[in-house]
Design a protein around this ligand. Structure first.
Ligand SMILES: [Zn+2]
Length: 336
């Protein structure tokens, strides 16, 4: 299976490969939820596939995927292809260590066993700690022939500039709204999920279809709507932080902060007069009007900074309850 928004990227990569112009290091970059890891796996399998080794004639056919039947594909499917190496953190949120990256150099020092190429996938590349990144730099600077390094990143900005500049950056953009919506509607129908909320789900997922599907399966939209209602009630003084905090804690700090940011940013846009109220507006008109009338812009910006600070320190937050309470109380006070 191939995601429709991957087709142009495949075309580009396959064309480079078939004309022997593939860079030895590719950096696949884009937002989470676009299937970059799957794309890197599919492309790695294709490079190891015997059908690819025959290098299709240019222009490359539109549907170009691993054959699934050859020796290379069978070894890949059995997770035992000796010419493929994956480097990832030991568990989610952990760093990729320098030892793991040194293994790449050792692996590439060997000759390929079956395929024409040796392929290494590093995902997510931003998980490399400083020492690991510096170690990879040496491998990138001294490329060995017929090797392909595939770096996958959700946050290219956090990579060392020297790593970025030694890779060919392949951007995986968010698909256009119609394509994303069509795909999501079909995928949700296949999973027997109701399909009327696809647009809201895509809005929450910032246009990433796979993330939107994950949200649909997890019931994220209903949590979002509950928090939005709670936020509006706090703004209109129809409730107080003590009554609301439990709901916010049950949804979790990360989504709470992300959505609150979205709403406060909308309030700032509305207050500054750059936004017109239309179908895409999230907050209700009474809430927009009340805040625009009674809260100074500077205080909104300060509050947005407060949310940003909490987002930045999210991985090290120890007292989640305190953070949520503090935000809700601050917001409530702002709306006197
Ligand atoms: Zn194959």
């Amino acid at each position: 299976m191939q995601y429709p928004w991957h087709v142009p990227i495949w075309q580009h990569l396959a064309q480079r490969y078939c004309s022997a112009q593939l860079s030895h290091a590719l950096l696949l970059s884009g937002n989470p939820g676009l299937g970059k890891a799957i794309l890197s796996e599919q492309f790695a399998q294709w490079i190891l596939c015997e059908a690819a080794t025959k290098r299709p004639q240019l222009p490359v056919p539109e549907k170009l995927l691993p054959c699934g039947k050859c020796n290379g594909c069978l070894l890949y499917s059995a997770a035992s292809h000796p010419d493929l190496m994956r480097v990832s953190p030991e568990s989610e949120g952990k760093a990729i260590t320098v030892d793991a990256v040194r293994n790449i150099a050792n692996f590439l020092a060997l000759k390929s066993q079956f395929a024409e190429y040796q392929v290494v996938i590093v995902a997510p590349a931003e998980a490399m700690n400083k020492y690991a990144a510096n170690s990879l730099l040496k491998t990138l600077e001294e490329p060995t022939p017929n090797t392909l390094l595939l770096l996958v990143s959700h946050n290219m900005g956090s990579l060392l500039p020297t790593i970025r500049s030694r890779c060919q950056v392949i951007s995986c953009p968010v698909p256009d709204a119609t394509q994303a919506n069509d795909w999501l509607t079909q995928a949700m129908a296949q999973s027997a999920l109701p399909t009327e909320d696809t647009k809201s789900l895509l809005m929450l997922a910032e246009g990433s279809p796979l993330l939107a599907l994950e949200y649909a399966k997890a019931g994220t939209l209903s949590s979002y709507k509950q928090l939005l209602q709670s936020f509006e009630k706090l703004t209109k003084k129809q409730s107080n932080p003590v009554e609301e905090v439990g709901l916010w804690l049950s949804v979790g700090l990360a989504p709470s902060l992300k959505w609150m940011y979205l709403w406060v940013a909308e309030l700032i846009r509305f207050k500054s007069g750059v936004m017109v109220v239309d179908n895409n507006t999230i907050l209700s008109e009474p809430v927009l009007g009340k805040v625009a009338e009674s809260v100074e812009s500077m205080r909104l910006y300060t509050f947005l900074d407060k949310i940003t600070d909490s987002i930045r320190t999210l991985p090290t937050q120890v007292n989640v309850q305190l953070t949520v309470e503090d935000l809700l109380i601050s917001w409530s006070r702002l709306n006197r």
